[in-house]
Design a protein around this ligand. Structure first.
Ligand code: AMP
Ligand code: MG
Length: 401
């Protein structure tokens, strides 16, 4: 059985970044991965401007400690261009308006009194105060976004701020999913005796949408070798990556491993992780195959641990590993395990500290634990934990995006 680290290393080594790109308008670029670095064609701001509402002056007119009075010669709002400012003059100016030639400083309006075309305030003024110099944020020619960046709202804003209307992004991965199991029934339909509702289909759909994948949903596949082989072949023909849930163990009703060996190549099977041991990676034709365990918590957890970094890497993202916070445990873990465990956990805030608690039922069938939780605590092989000890905590906000 492979360790979590070995399994992840094997899978990431096989995750070839997609080469096809497409150009999309900014409005469609959220969550996509930038295909190449972007440079700014302009300085931002393109002109020195006021960061406050106030009065633009020459600091040399107000160098001394004491009262200053300057003649008001103009009014400049954002989007307007003023006339040059001479010594002894001031301009009424508003936030974002270009500084007139000759001015180098803005005195904020709260410190000024205007009276009959003259503005009065107290010196000294510090040169450059309340002025945003040209290029303060971005210099023309500089790299503003690196290749492989996942575009969040702030990246879209930055691209817009330099005037880019479209971005080159990596095309979306097509991911085919199917759920293996004769017992699975669609929500909305009646349960027959011994049946359960197919929940993994919806968990997986949500997880893949969150990663910006295009989903080919093949629904449920019955527990026979023939049906499983047919599903694998059809899925691999149509998608870059095939992800299945269930049927991954060694029982007579588990056909996915065998079907993969007959239609493609199994490269990894069984990982020392809990929940989620029966995890597989392989290839069918040009497609990757990832077989997830059927237990609903195992499906979610193994997706977060293995499928997410794999798909991010295939999308060309460089940094794919989540980072853990180290939080004091509000629980004890007295019995060391042989597999690395990912325990459904939640941050608890009291007046002066944050601790992490775990759900009392940690079975891989207890989907309510995942809804109660806001993340996972990692417990390494052979480890026990005392209350108060710091443990690695991975937030779902990071794992699910
Ligand atoms: P398996 O991996 O096929 O042996 O399934 C392990 C457990 O997970 C069994 O209790 C299955 O009924 C359950 N299971 C498998 N697939 C799903 C699914 N798509 N939705 C909900 N439960 C499932
Ligand atoms: Mg099954």
């Amino acid at each position: 059985m492979m360790s979590v680290d070995e399994a992840l290393e094997l899978m990431l080594a096989r995750a070839r970044p997609l080469e096809e790109t497409e150009q999309v308008p900014l409005n469609d670029a959220l969550g996509r991965v930038l295909a190449r670095a972007e440079r700014s064609p302009i300085d931002v701001p393109g002109f020195a401007n006021s960061s406050m509402d106030g009065y633009a002056i020459r600091a040399s007119d107000a160098a001394l400690d004491g009262p200053v009075s300057l003649r008001l010669t103009q009014r400049i709002a954002a989007g307007e261009i003023g006339a040059g400012l001479s010594s002894g003059e001031a301009a009424r100016i508003f936030t974002g308006a270009p500084l007139p030639d000759g001015a180098d400083t803005v005195v904020i309006q709260e410190d000024c009194r205007e009276d009959g075309g003259v503005v009065h305030f107290r010196g000294p003024a510090v040169p450059g105060d309340n002025v945003r110099p040209r290029g303060n944020d971005i210099l023309a020619g500089s790299e503003i976004l690196a290749a492989g960046t996942r575009l969040r709202p702030q990246e879209l804003g930055l691209a817009a701020s330099v005037g880019l209307a479209r971005l080159d992004v990596v095309r979306r991965l097509r991911v085919a999913i199917f759920s293996s199991g004769d017992e699975l029934v669609q929500p909305g339909e009646p349960l027959f005796a011994g049946a359960i509702y197919n929940s993994n289909r919806y968990t997986l759909g949500g997880l893949l949408s969150g990663l910006g994948c295009e989903i080919v949903d093949l629904g449920r596949v019955e527990d026979t070798l023939e049906a499983t082989e047919a599903a694998l072949v059809a899925a691999a023909r149509d998608a870059d990556v095939v992800v299945s849930s269930g049927g991954m163990s060694v029982g007579e009703e588990d056909h996915v491993k065998r079907a993969l060996e007959r239609t493609g190549r199994l490269e990894m099977w069984r990982v020392a992780v809990r929940p989620g041991k029966p995890l597989a990676y392989g290839r069918i034709g040009a497609a990757d195959f990832i077989g997830l365990p059927g237990n609903p918590v195992s499906t979610l957890v193994t997706f977060c641990l293995f499928v997410r970094p794999f798909l991010l890497r295939r999308h060309g993202v460089a940094s794919v590993q989540p980072s853990a916070l180290r939080v004091p445990a509000a629980f004890a873990w007295p019995h060391p395990g042989r597999r690395r465990e990912y325990v459904r956990a939640r941050l608890e805030r009291s007046a002066d500290e944050i601790t992490v608690a775990i759900y009392p039922k940690q079975g891989s069938d207890v989907l309510t634990s995942t809804v109660w939780a806001d993340g996972l605590v990692e417990i390494r092989e052979g480890k026990t934990i005392e209350p108060g000890e710091r443990v690695p905590y991975y937030a779902f906000s990071q794992l699910l995006s």
